[in-house]
Design a protein around this ligand. Structure first.
Ligand code: FES
Length: 157
């Protein structure tokens, strides 16, 4: 289990947990550290997070599954988040999602055969003024049109 994080990382996270009034405040930090190491959070990762936090795996799982940026299944090297919250939806996010499905040949929740991209719907990306918005890896794209997407994907490869 410790293979997911180094002993040093685990010790650092445990120290931060003890300095935090409520361990639950640290759940996302710990899960992100585990996700950073492996790309996603396995059951083993949930158990490690619980051990670090002093919570039960079920308590950690409940929080992990609530956040769509914590991946509980293996994902591609880059995750494409397509915002489907109200601003983006009203400005055409459905057409964006459909075009991405066509270009990638996958459905939402799936990963391309080459392991490059995973396509996921997501809630607000915080770029409502530039709707419709998508995020690929760490890059945010606003005012996206279906015609832009082939070029965007090419740039992300
Ligand atoms: Fe899409 Fe906020 S609603 S970025």
């Amino acid at each position: 289990m410790a293979m997911l994080l180094s002993e040093k990382q685990i010790a650092q996270l445990k120290r931060r947990v003890t300095e935090t009034p409520h361990p639950r405040e640290m759940v996302l930090d710990v899960l992100h550290a585990i996700q950073e190491a492996k790309g996603w959070v396995s059951d083993e990762g949930i158990e490690l997070a619980a051990a670090i936090l002093g919570l039960t795996p079920l308590q950690v799982e409940e929080i992990a599954t609530f956040y769509d940026k914590i991946y509980r299944r293996p994902v591609g090297r880059k995750v494409i988040h397509v915002c489907d919250s109200i601003c983006c939806w009203s400005r055409g996010s459905e057409a964006i999602m459909l075009r991405l499905q066509q270009l990638l040949g996958i459905a939402p929740g799936e990963t391309t055969a080459d392991g490059m991209f995973t396509l996921l719907p997501t809630c607000c990306l915080g770029a409502c003024g530039d709707a419709p918005a998508i995020r690929i890896g760490k890059n945010l794209y606003g005012r996206v049109t279906p015609e832009d997407l082939a070029g965007i994907l090419e740039g992300e490869r």
